[in-house]
Design a protein around this ligand. Sequence first.
Ligand SMILES: [Zn+2]
Length: 94
Amino acid sequence: MRRSKKYSRQVRPLDTRALMGGVRYETGRDGTEYKVRHIRSGTKQYVCPGCNSTIAVGESHEVVWTEDTILGARFGVDARRHWHTSCWRHRGRA
Ligand SMILES: [Zn+2]
């Protein structure tokens, strides 16, 4: 069996287009349209803005961002947040 020694490193450009797979749209109570993407298995540790606790590596969660900002779409993408799925669902409720 022959094995190719050639392999190409996967380089993923971090742009909006790359993030568009599996994105759904949700409108917040303030009327802002958010883009939400479900991450099945995170590769980094994040802090959830909903509960201020850690999202563990490998834990499924939601990435949320908006392109509807006064500073432009790029700012919104850069300011995206990682939420626990349940925290995102229950956000804004007392
Ligand atoms: Zn949380």
